[in-house]
Design a binder for this molecule. Structure first.
Ligand SMILES: *Cc1c(COP(=O)(O)O)cnc(C)c1O
Length: 393
């Protein structure tokens, strides 16, 4: 059976060139980058190079890049780090209702510690109201944390405008850019962003490596104490092989940027068009234009996204549904619900997220299987029968 992977927003395969670049650091180049002897010095040189490559992808300077354990850790470091550093100034944080749990649950943790958090609502396309953001800022506001692009819908936030509001009000702005890095041009010389989080495994490097951009002069309390690694912002002996991997992945992302953009946009659009052509009663979720090139979130009315996912899996196709299985019941995605999408439509959603290695044949295979599976599931759906007999949804 053919295997098609269309869940790149969940994780990506390690790029062959990335794996190759990492291998020597599991073998001969085993030194501790803090050691003064030859074994340490050599490794330190490659560590510096990797930092330069991540910085280059973001148009930042290498001193502003810290390596972390993952995207979740970067988000925690940013939000708690600012919250702890500025607790005398104020204890109010602004975020949105559609963030990743790495941000939402960190904010909830801080609420339990006595901080106040504003969760901005979004409109039907997943965007916040900039005026509402402005109105939410008060004297006690110390941090705005808003994602660059949403992992479920692909909706891109107006990071430039959000940053301008933050600057004007003197508030630190952190953005979870895990889904944006490598998929969108990011120029931190231009963008008014103070802290940015990214993750290796969404960028074709391994799981368990992340990075953080911290603009010079930004106040952050460290969460991990120990040695002086990463400018004392994140203690612990550096994970050299993985850092080298993230550096290589960043270099490739920059090198292949145009090629990937063209490929992803064209593939996503063809997948979208073929689905609309072949499957009736579908609805696309997210913003029509302000969206990631690789992400397509669609509701297949009258069936459950989860059933569709399982049936696609039986045919070798890996996609995602935003549902979370909480205490045995399927809760639709918090992102789609926040967009005001009715419960049943949110529950019928599937996310296709493409990668550079998806082929034309992958799309052919999916759009052949999908109409068959959807028809079979709808034939079993009481909701669908009610709709065709009464003509009402
Ligand atoms: C995947 C993801 C994260 C978490 O990154 P990990 O490296 O898996 O911890 C955070 N935010 C967003 C938007 C993500 O998609």
């Amino acid at each position: 059976m053919r295997r098609v992977y269309m869940d790149h927003n969940a994780t990506t395969p390690v790029h062959p060139e990335v794996l190759e670049a990492m291998m020597p650091f599991f073998r001969d180049q085993f030194g501790n980058a803090s050691s003064i002897h030859w074994a340490g010095r050599e490794v330190k040189k490659y560590l510096d190079e990797a930092r330069e490559k991540v910085a280059a992808l973001l148009h930042a300077s290498p001193e502003e890049i810290i390596f972390t354990g993952c995207g979740t850790e970067s988000d925690n470091m940013a939000i708690k780090g600012v919250a702890f550093a500025l607790k005398e100034k104020g204890r109010h944080i602004i975020t949105t209702q559609v963030e990743h749990h790495a941000v939402l649950h960190t904010c909830q943790f801080l609420e339990n510690m006595g901080y106040e958090v504003t969760y901005l609502p979004v409109d039907g396309e997943g965007l916040i109201d900039l005026e509402e953001l402005r109105r939410s800022i008060k004297a006690e506001t110390i941090l705005i944390t808003i994602m660059f692009a949403n992992n479920e819908t692909g909706t891109i936030f107006p990071v430039q405008e959000i940053g301008e509001v933050a600057r004007e009000k003197g508030v630190i702005f952190h953005t979870d850019a895990v889904q944006a890095v490598g998929k969108l041009p990011i120029d931190l010389q231009q963008l008014p962003v103070d802290i940015l989080s990214l993750s290796g495994h969404k960028l074709y490097s391994p799981k368990g490596i992340g990075a953080q951009y911290i603009r010079q002069g930004t106040k952050l309390t460290s969460l991990i104490h120990g040695g002086a690694q990463e400018r004392s912002r994140r203690a612990g002996t550096e994970n050299i092989p993985y850092i080298i991997g993230l550096g290589k992945a960043s270099e490739i992302a920059l090198r292949d940027f145009q090629k990937r953009q063209i490929h992803l946009n064209a593939s996503r659009d063809r997948l979208n068009q073929e689905i609309i052509k072949r499957v009736p009663h579908v609805k696309r979720n997210g913003h029509p234009t302000q969206r990631l090139p690789n992400t397509l979130n669609m509701s297949f009315l009258f069936i459950e996204g989860e059933s569709l996912l399982l049936n696609l899996d039986l045919e070798g196709i890996a996609v995602s549904s935003g549902s979370a299985c909480t205490s045995g019941s399927l809760e639709p995605s918090h992102v789609l619900l926040a967009m005001g999408i009715p419960h049943e439509i949110a529950q019928s959603a599937i996310r296709f997220s493409l990668g550079w290695n998806n082929t034309e044949e992958d799309i052919d295979y999916v759009v052949e299987a999908l109409p068959r599976i959807v028809k079979r599931l709808r034939d079993m759906s009481p909701l669908y029968h009610k709709m065709i007999t009464t003509g009402k949804t």
